[in-house]
Design a protein around this ligand. Structure first.
Ligand code: HPA
Ligand code: ZN
Length: 319
């Protein structure tokens, strides 16, 4: 029923979008044993920490420009086939350094993948550079400096991912100031693994126009009201939250409660194959769980495009 609905995805980590098939092929190519995080059925993890280990294990198998071109092209072609017209991917200079390719080759490869997917299906895509919170404030600041000092037509935002329970948001404020001054759109993971305090800190210290998740703000009605009043868009990822046991099932997820409270809500897949999801699955499950029709679902896509870190001419075309 949701196949024909135009979709947008504004919260997906590119390394987390690598399918088990692609990762197996990469593992063969480089002669790496992946059995600690991948089996016949897919990725293997049991909590956020082991999820991050599986994520890092897969990321380490992408080492050349062509590897990254293939990663981005495969993911974007797949979601284009699911009806997606626009996507933003989180890209991580830290993972580029760790895999040995370095940031220039990483961006060049991803850029090639974006271009190939656009030519094949028409899908538009932009990149959001992220710092990794548990690597500490200095690393996140370095990621921000990189994003700010390296103009790239397809890098339009800056964010922070990783372990939300690590450190204090205030210690990362400088990184976001650097990115904001460079004209980049601002988003931050908050309200996924930690509660309302974490979301409030993110709003106060980072002043993002979007929150990565923000779902656990639901625990504080005054905070939900503030998010609605300030027009901060939520990059909600219900399938991810359910898989990581942030909520006890789709019917317990606050997506509909947030929408009813007047919050700008969007549907996203986060790290799709890790969580048994895809953007198409998120739309389908939202329709089944909360009874949304095609017009409502299209409305979430429009909200995502309105909140997107994209030039106005492209936004107008997509709307
Ligand atoms: N949360 C935080 N950091 C991440 C995630 C996530 O779901 N995926 C990749 N990095
Ligand atoms: Zn995420």
């Amino acid at each position: 029923m949701t196949r024909a609905v135009p979709k947008a995805e504004i919260h997906c980590h590119v390394e987390g979008a690598a399918s088990p098939d692609l990762v197996r092929r990469q593992a063969e190519k480089y002669g790496v044993d992946v059995s600690s995080f991948l089996d016949e059925a897919g990725y293997v993890w049991s909590d956020f920490t082991s999820f991050l280990a599986a994520y890092d294990g897969a990321a380490a198998l992408f080492r050349t420009e062509e590897d990254y071109a293939l990663l981005a092209e495969t993911y974007l072609s797949d979601i284009a086939a699911q009806g997606t017209i626009y996507a933003e991917i989180f890209v991580s200079p830290d993972h580029a350094e760790r895999s040995g390719i370095g940031t220039e080759g990483y961006l060049a490869g991803l850029g090639t993948g974006l271009e190939r997917a656009r030519r094949a299906s028409g899908i538009e895509c932009r990149m959001i550079v992220v710092g990794i919170r548990h690597f500490g404030p200095q690393a996140v600041e370095a990621a921000a400096r990189f994003a700010a000092s390296r103009p790239h037509a397809l890098i339009t935002g800056f964010g922070m991912a990783g372990e939300e329970r690590f450190g204090r948001v205030a210690d990362y404020a400088r990184a976001f100031d650097i990115a904001r001054e460079a004209g980049l759109g601002i988003t931050i993971h908050a309200g996924e693994l930690a509660g309302p305090e974490s979301v409030r800190d993110a709003l106060d210290h980072v002043r993002p126009s979007r929150l990565g998740h923000g779902a656990r703000a639901i625990e504080d009605p005054a905070l939900v009201e503030r998010i609605a009043r300030e027009g901060v868009a939520l990059e909600l990822c219900p399938g991810s939250n359910v898989a990581l046991k942030v909520f006890d099932g789709w019917e317990k997820h606050p997506f509909e409660a947030m929408r009813k409270a007047g919050v700008k809500v969007t549907l996203n897949s986060d790290d799709p194959p890790h969580f048994g999801s895809s953007i198409g699955h998120e739309y389908e499950m939202a329709a089944r769980t909360w009874g949304y029709d095609a017009a409502m679902l299209t409305g979430f896509t429009r909200t995502a495009i309105q909140a997107a870190f994209v030039d106005e001419a492209t936004r107008e075309k997509l709307l």
